[in-house]
Design a protein around this ligand. Structure first.
Ligand code: PEP
Ligand code: MG
Length: 908
């Protein structure tokens, strides 16, 4: 019989930490915590397989399938706790939470205090001796269950939550500010009104039977796997829908039982900076949701964290100690135990832990532990620190870092000079580091609108964020919230995304209806600019200039470490000495693609290019090319100088010629005047360059083969630049690359021109220099006949942009029309122009490498398409036996890490 329910409690568990696929991350770690002796409330996990069964067989069938096992598991909790489920004298209350294989914070649903009804609440009141606590728990339960299971949601984005509306009315009637100021009778009244609202909206009474409540809650958690925000989160994080979520049911422990109870969230290290400092937030007399929901401002767990917080918020030590003391000061015994447990858990799981806990009447319970989400900077620091502490080895440190997340470390930071004159409006909490500047918007959808229609990344300003805001947060430049601490939804999600976030900026007065933000007397409206410093929490008025990031500290250490394990080299695609210099700073080991045509557009050199294109005959072309020769030579000298002896692959002219000529009447007239020819002649020439399929037309080596004088000029510029640079004392390692061949004869013809030109220069100058001639593999036929091609080519570089275009038959420029639909329908899993299509294009790459090396042993092979900087494609390149990948300068560190990871994984 298939086992669908796994129990745990009192240091025993049927599952363990390795069973994440079946029990989800939370369930597996709850089991493991029991096994290592951490105090965890007893409970059970319903497996992720049941979630899949829910979607195939439906609710009723699934309830029947799991009923006997769930009844048995509930009986075990009863035995551990001495309480009885669905009993009004000694009721057992439980929590019901989701828990997928990969953590998806806040994306799915949770229900606490399940098992309460009008009678059970009296029993809890009597047993605890705390009537207020019992009714507070009950009203929370009705609210959560109403929202999650019974679908009581606000009707539109400007509307308030129906339950919050009732609370607000009641507070106004009673003339109180805080929930905590409501009396027990007020809470009783609140429950009454909640239940009436449920009856009114759903037509049914609120369920009093605990079993009915339990099945409703469990099925709702399964249902929440397919809610919009969970689907979006999976998409953003590449989590497959088939995984499903598990459901965890646990005996309740209460953080809201009075002043000797508390609840909190903590991290074994700082998730924003990576600093090795235990930190987190808690609230006395509260339930879990209060800490993350951002309604009450939480307090710090450690005394050190509390002092730092007070300093950043301008709170005096006296006020801090009396109004916002740390857990360490308020409950020293429970704190000591928590600190010991967090140390143990980090050591045991050898990673930074994100934990939830509750203290019920002085007794500490752990509710969850998982590897904590962190920023790119924290990811690198934690990996390097744990390596120093000998908690993990070098290979693990490299594998721990997610290559794509390094991107965050390469984002610009605020310019130091600009910071001096920046006007600070207020200071919130430094929730997620980075520098962000942009126009403000107040709704997540508006962030999307600004991005789509105005091409601007906005700053999303919210009182607090909720999981529904995920999409807008993802496209925003940064996030500012008025409420919420370092563990609020906004802070946790922003850190996971690597997005700059300032949270809990209490001075920010936000009016959603008027769409205004007022800070200390300055009123801003939608579209006005502000800047955020996510590392200090400062909010500035207007735009603050930024500067490029640098590779230093732990980041540099990690990069050095990658060199120890990698096999592939990483080069860069660079067309200017400046690009080349940036890439070298990031550790590029050469240029894998220098696109010569990009040099043609600068200044007025485009005029000589146009003169060449519009010339009537070879003589006319040669005249124009003679003007271009010294310009190109100068450009190449600059690049060779910057690369200082590292290999430089320069590609001969590639794009269709019509891309260089003017298309408006005014520009054509200006050109005609400059060239001293008639406007009609220019117009006719431009028209004659028109092609139906330019990507398959007169481009690539076809240009040099029809107009050999172009190749001659480029070869001359390259060889002369190499000789000149060497004369000045800098070594040159030149690789000349012929684009877009499909037939070896196309390459032969080009190579002859290059070699003849070189020989001629060597004779003229009485000195020689080594160079190589190779080709791009961009046309499927070139890959399929690579054995023939390699007899001529001295190296291959896979141009996977064109190779993808021609293999899939998808136009690079037109795929946007159908790609989103293909992705949505699952016809394609990923954009093949971003992530290399291993099955199709990848086969051609493998075939090309193998055949090429069959006729030229050790043939140097690389890749220079956009895929060269994408982690999964880099991994593929390693397995296909490429010697190097080449990518844009800012992706060099990502490629270096991915290449090292691929080598380590292969060796495992
Ligand atoms: C390619 O096709 O992969 C390539 C690098 O060339 P381009 O993008 O310039 O066509
Ligand atoms: Mg190409």
């Amino acid at each position: 019989m298939t086992k669908r329910v796994y129990t745990f409690g009192n240091k025993k568990a049927e599952g363990n930490g390795k069973m994440k696929e079946l029990l989800g991350g939370k369930g597996a770690n709850l089991a493991e915590m029991n096994l290592i002796g951490v105090p965890v409330p007893p409970g059970f996990t319903i497996t992720t397989d049941v979630c899949t069964e829910y979607y195939t067989h439906g609710r009723d069938k699934v309830v029947e399938m799991i009923r006997p096992e769930v009844e048995k598991a509930i009986a075990e909790i009863e035995a551990h706790t001495g309480n009885k489920f669905n009993d009004n004298k000694n009721p057992l209350l439980v929590s019901v939470r989701s828990g997928a294989r990969a953590s998806m914070p806040g994306m799915m649903d949770t229900i606490l205090n399940l098992g309460l009804n009008d009678e059970a609440v009296e029993a809890i009141a009597k047993k605890s001796g705390n009537e207020r606590f019992a009714w507070d728990s009950y009203r929370r339960f009705v609210q959560m269950y109403g929202d999650v299971v019974l679908g009581m949601k606000p009707e539109s984005k400007e509307d308030e939550d129906p339950f919050e509306e009732i609370i607000d009315h009641l507070k106004a009637e009673k003339k109180v500010q805080n929930d905590t100021d409501l009396t027990t009778d007020d809470l009783k009244e609140m429950v009454k009104r909640f239940k009436a609202a449920v009856k009114k909206q759903t037509g049914n009474d609120f369920p009093a039977d605990a079993w009915e409540q339990l099945w409703g809650a469990v099925m709702s958690v399964f249902q929440s796997w397919m809610n919009d925000r969970a689907i979006l989160y999976r998409k953003l994080n590449n989590i497959p829908a088939e995984w499903g979520t598990a459901v965890n049911v646990q005996a309740m422990v209460f953080g809201n039982m009075g002043d000797n109870s508390a609840t909190g969230v903590c991290f074994s290290r700082d998730a924003a900076t990576g600093e090795n400092l235990f930190n987190g937030e808690y609230l006395v007399n509260a339930q879990g949701e209060d800490v993350v929901a951002g309604i009450r401002t939480p307090q710090q767990i450690t005394a050190e964290g509390s002092r730092r917080w007070a300093q950043s918020q301008g709170v005096s030590e006296e006020d801090r100690a009396s109004k916002f003391p740390s857990l360490e000061e308020v409950m020293p015994e429970a704190y000591k135990e928590l600190d010991a447990i967090q140390r143990n858990l980090e050591k045991y799981f050898t990673d930074m832990q994100d934990m939830e806990f509750t203290i019920q009447d002085g007794k500490l319970w752990m509710l969850q532990t998982r590897s904590g989400k962190r920023t790119g900077a924290a990811m690198v620091k934690i990996a390097m620190d744990m390596l120093d502490e000998k908690l993990i080895d070098e290979k693990t440190a490299i594998l721990r870092c997610e290559a794509a997340k390094l991107d965050e470390l390469l984002h610009p930071v605020f310019d130091k000079d600009a910071m001096k004159s920046a006007q600070v409006m207020t200071k919130g909490l430094p929730a997620s580091p980075g520098a962000a500047t942009g126009p403000i918007v107040f709704f997540a959808e508006d962030a999307e609108v600004w991005k789509d229609t105005k091409r601007e990344e906005a700053i999303l300003v919210r009182i607090e964020t909720s999981p529904e805001d995920l999409k807008g947060m993802n496209v925003a430049a940064g996030i500012l919230t008025a409420r919420g601490g370092m563990t609020s939804h906004a802070a946790v999600v922003a850190r996971g995304m690597g997005k700059c976030c300032v949270s809990g900026a209490g001075d920010a007065k936000i009016d959603y209806k008027a769409r205004t933000l007022e800070i200390n007397g300055t009123k801003l409206k939608e579209g006005d600019w502000i800047s955020l410093n996510g590392s200090t929490g400062e909010v500035y008025l207007g735009k603050v200039a930024t500067q490029e990031a640098e590779l230093s500290g732990d980041f540099a250490k990690l990069m050095d470490l990658t060199s120890k394990y990698t096999r592939m080299k990483v080069r860069t695609n660079a067309d200017t000495p400046n690009d080349a210099a940036v890439a070298i700073k990031f550790g590029a080991q050469g240029i894998g693609l220098c696109r010569t045509e990009h040099m043609f557009f600068e200044g007025d050199r485009i005029l000589a290019v146009r003169e060449m294109i519009l010339a009537d005959d070879e003589d006319g072309r040669r005249k124009a090319l003679a003007k271009l020769l010294p310009i190109q030579r100068g450009d190449f000298e600059g690049i060779f100088e910057a690369m200082n002896g590292l290999p430089v692959t320069v590609r001969l002219l590639d794009p269709p010629l019509h891309e260089f000529v003017p298309h408006t009447e005014k520009d054509q007239k200006d050109l005609a005047k400059h060239l001293g020819i008639g406007f009609e002649t220019v117009r006719e020439k431009v028209e004659s360059l028109h092609e139906v399929n330019p990507m398959l037309g007169h481009r690539g080596c076809r240009l040099g083969n029809t107009y050999p004088e172009i190749t001659e000029m480029q070869a001359r510029a390259l060889i002369e630049a190499a000789l000149n640079t060497r004369k000045k004392g800098t070594q040159v390692n030149l690789e000349i690359m012929v684009p877009l061949i499909g037939n070896v004869n196309e390459l032969k013809y080009q190579k002859t021109i290059i070699d003849n030109t070189a020989r001629q220069i060597f004779t003229e100058r009485g000195e020689e220099i080594a160079y190589m001639v190779g080709t791009m593999i961009e046309v499927p036929r070139a890959a399929l006949t690579a054995d023939e091609v390699a007899e001529v080519a001295e190296f291959f570089s896979f141009g996977t942009n064109d190779l993808t275009q021609m293999t899939l038959g998808f136009s690079r420029d037109d795929i946007g029309k159908f790609l989103p639909i293909y992705l949505e329908k699952g016809i394609l899993e990923q954009d093949p122009f971003q992530v290399l299509d291993r099955v199709g294009v990848g086969s051609l790459v493998r075939e090309g490498v193998n055949k090429g090396r069959s006729t030229r042993a050790g043939l140097k092979c690389g890749i220079c398409g956009e895929h060269g900087g994408e982690p999964s494609s880099v991994e593929f390149c390693h397995t296909a036996g490429l010697d190097y990948v080449s990518c844009s300068p800012f992706r060099v560190p990502i490629a270096r890490l991915s290449a090292a990871q691929a080598a380590i994984k292969e060796g495992k």
